[in-house]
Design a protein around this ligand. Structure first.
Ligand code: CDT
Length: 326
């Protein structure tokens, strides 16, 4: 029997600032019910799926923003998602803002805020957690912007790396290798390769991406916003011989536009399914996991062809330097 899994990219339309968690969760439950009818075994929800993309709303004192974060998972409000997973025997991926009290690198326990995603197995157990590493935007209010993007204010850099687990989903007990990244991470080949080096077969990622790049200054045509998102996911899948599920929160949220175009991508880097609305929409595909084998046994056979002795700059250097003048 082929190794297959039917996945659902559960795009969400806009969630407004005034919307409660229940509003968002009821919409997600409706998508899970539809997924069950369509044979979905793994449902992927977007980044910060329970709220509006609140990093666009500046607060002076972060404690005033605590209501945007989850302090428990599951909580009373999110428990129905876990119950639906058990009822439908359906795994799910969920992005949310996480508030914890944890010791930092210096051993001091304090409030910590992360842009987080979890993977929940069909038995309702959390089997993987990821905290966003590449935080875009800025930390201070920027008067030059019409819409703020304050991820560097609201979150700290994730401290869990890019973990991959083998999870018993799909139609064979042996399971599949699953990893996660969040939104801006998809643009960084390093994130994909760290998971590729753990034999990842399926990468789940959610995003909230503004349709307008306020830093573009005429250098990036409007239509290229979606192209760059797809290009990044397609390249990551091809170069690491894995499936990718990229899922948007889309539409006009608090007056600011986020694009949709959620996609499922195969290990050849080809888009096999795409959302065609900016609303709640379920896009599904039956993924053949054996398709990952070609890349990883030929052109991207890492053990045979990688040359890490020539890649030391990747981990020893952060910003680019100028080359020598000759
Ligand atoms: N959520 C997120 O990471 N969005 C970024 C856009 C940042 S624009 C300042 C993205 O890469 O899609």
């Amino acid at each position: 029997m082929a190794r297959r899994i039917t996945v659902g990219a559960a795009q969400l339309g806009a969630i407004q600032k005034a919307d409660s968690r229940k509003v968002a969760i009821d919409r997600m439950l409706a998508l899970m019910a539809e997924g069950q009818r369509r044979g979905v075994e793994l449902m992927v929800f977007p980044e910060l799926a329970l709220t509006t993309f609140f990093p666009r709303h500046y607060v002076e004192n972060l404690d005033e923003a605590d209501h945007w974060y989850e302090t428990a998972m599951p909580s009373n409000e999110t428990a129905p998602l876990f119950e639906a997973a058990r009822k439908y025997r359906m795994g799910f991926h969920l992005g949310y803002a996480e508030l914890t009290h944890e010791a930092d690198e210096t051993g001091v326990e304090r409030k910590r805020r992360f842009n987080t995603a979890i993977l929940v197995n069909p038995d309702g157990r959390i089997v993987l957690k990821y905290r966003k590493v590449h935080l875009p935007g800025h930390a201070e209010f920027d008067p030059a912007r019409t819409v703020q993007h304050l991820e560097k204010r609201f979150f700290e850099v994730g401290n869990l790396g890019f973990p991959v687990v083998r999870s018993p989903m799909g139609r064979r007990d042996e399971g599949l290798n699953m990893g996660m990244m969040i939104c801006n991470d998809r643009r960084w080949p390093e994130a994909w390769r760290v998971m590729g080096l753990q034999s990842v077969e399926l990468v789940m990622l959610g995003y909230n991406t503004p349709s307008i790049n306020q830093d573009a200054k005429g250098w990036e045509a409007h239509h290229l916003r979606v192209f760059h998102s797809h290009l990044s996911i397609q390249a990551g899948c091809y170069q690491n011989a894995c499936w990718g599920i990229g899922v948007a929160k889309a539409g006009i949220e608090d007056g600011a536009e986020l694009f949709g175009h959620s996609i499922i991508v195969n290990p050849q880097g080809e888009i096999v399914a795409m959302a065609d609305t900016w609303e709640d929409q379920l896009v599904t595909h039956d993924c053949d996991l054996d398709m990952c084998r070609l890349g990883r046994t030929s052109i991207f056979n890492f053990a045979a062809h990688r040359r890490p002795e020539h890649y030391t700059r990747i981990t020893s250097q952060v910003g680019a330097v100028e080359p020598p003048v000759v």
